[in-house]
Design a protein. Structure first.
Length: 184
């Protein structure tokens, strides 16, 4: 009986110590914000390359914005990830637009990994832990096609999920959802 009680007390003490350790390592609001700032700086730098490539390709009706996405899960903890996306009007020659933007990004140090797939012109470029996807063709709802003359841009960083404190959501970090303007 004594060994059983000792075993239970040992397990209870181990769980208590683990609980204290996990509590000490849990996310804080300021810590999550600082981590998001780091990710946003990296993604925003990539967005500057995209804006430069769009300008070089003569795609003036273009824009890029940063946004947050919920990530994680009940086992790993919930969080938010910062990404960027945008679009540009490309007109009829979608293939040339994708090629021109991809070529400019390659000149800025991005590696061209090929196409994303599908029937419409696209390209995927990578550098370090960042991916830029260029896609044309828009989307279809019912029998209507939208954005067929646009280049859609996605900028994502791998492993960008930042754990947030319990009870906080992406709306608590709304200032990260913003237009990214070209540097002057």
């Amino acid at each position: 009986m004594h060994d059983r009680v000792t075993g239970i007390l040992t397990k209870t003490a181990a769980l208590a110590a683990l609980s204290l350790l996990l509590t000490a390592c849990s996310a804080t609001h300021d810590g999550a914000r600082a981590e998001l700032d780091k990710h946003a700086a990296v993604v925003d730098d990539a967005a500057q390359d995209v804006l430069q490539a769009l300008d070089a390709a003569d795609l003036s009706d273009a824009g890029v914005a940063g946004y947050l996405e919920q990530c994680g899960g009940s086992l790993t903890g919930w969080g938010v990830a910062y990404h960027a996306g945008g679009s540009a009007k490309v007109g009829e020659d979608r293939q040339a637009a994708v090629e021109d933007v991809a070529a400019e990004l390659e000149s800025l140090g991005w590696a061209h990994e090929g196409e994303i797939g599908g029937d419409d012109p696209s390209a995927r470029l990578t550098r370090d832990d960042l991916t830029i996807d260029l896609k044309t063709g828009g989307f279809t709802v019912g029998a209507t096609r939208y954005g067929a003359d646009e280049l859609e841009i996605g900028i994502r960083q791998s492993n960008a999920c930042v754990e947030t404190p319990e009870g906080e959501y992406k709306t608590d970090y709304a200032e990260f959802e913003r237009e990214i303007l070209p540097r002057e």
